[in-house]
Design a protein around this ligand. Structure first.
Ligand code: DX5
Ligand code: ZN
Length: 218
């Protein structure tokens, strides 16, 4: 079985101190840094863009796992790549031509992810399984941190894992939204191998990031 990786979302961190928050995550054992980019259009919230990612780049060598919740996404992909993203994940609904966007991300030498909203079926992305590096399964409706995990998505994770195993695809299965110490084992058992978490990592156990990362990994 693949090692479980933890991708803490800086969305739950202190935005006036993101550089030191990233250092704390690195020291706490994070495997990568999840960066939530929202445009107030594809999702009803606004966060950060390429200049902030660029300025954070110098604080860590950990991969930046950049989750783009912006539409239309295609014309911004290069900016996010240049800013220092390592994994660029897009939502299939946010681009005119999914294949074009995948090819662009790959041509920039970055890993590519496709994200499934709670209501988006697996079939929407099944033609791309051979060429992508990860599927980001949303376990909340994207837009905000601190939401409640939608447990019926466990079924979707299991189905995705089944397809992956049957056809021997190599993509990672990453889960995002409301992940905590009650559901981490459920998502891992369902087939997820990368867990995103914001609120649990930054707020639980009085903000003991190291402990929270260790506990989530189990
Ligand atoms: C939701 C974001 C998530 C979220 C995770 O739109 O994509 O990454 O910030 O935060 P928690 O763990 O608080 O749900
Ligand atoms: Zn996210």
């Amino acid at each position: 079985m693949k090692k479980i990786q933890i991708s803490p979302s800086i969305l739950a961190g202190d935005f006036s101190n993101l550089g030191s928050e990233i250092k704390r995550l690195e020291q706490g054992g994070a495997d990568m840094i999840h960066v939530d980019v929202m445009d107030g259009h594809f999702v009803p919230n606004l966060t950060i863009g390429p200049p902030v990612i660029k300025s954070l780049r110098k604080y860590t060598n950990l991969p930046f796992d950049v989750h783009l919740m912006i539409s239309p996404v295609h014309k911004y992909i290069k900016n996010f790549s240049d800013a220092g993203s390592d994994i660029i994940t897009i939502h299939p609904e946010a681009t005119e031509d999914v294949k074009d966007s995948i090819d662009l991300i790959k041509s920039l030498g970055k890993k590519v992810g496709l994200s499934l909203n709670p209501d988006t079926p697996i079939e929407i992305i099944e033609n791309y399984f051979e060429e992508i590096n990860l599927v980001l399964v949303m376990t909340v409706y994207p837009g905000f941190g601190g939401q409640k995990f939608i447990s019926k998505i466990l079924e979707k994770i299991k189905n995705l894992k089944k397809i992956k195993d049957e056809k021997k695809f190599k993509f990672d299965i990453e889960v995002d939204g409301g992940i905590n110490f009650e559901n981490n084992n459920m998502v891992i058992n369902a087939g997820a191998n990368i867990l995103v978490s914001g609120t649990t990592i930054f707020k639980d156990n009085n903000g003991d990031i190291k402990k929270n990362i260790q506990l989530l990994r189990k």
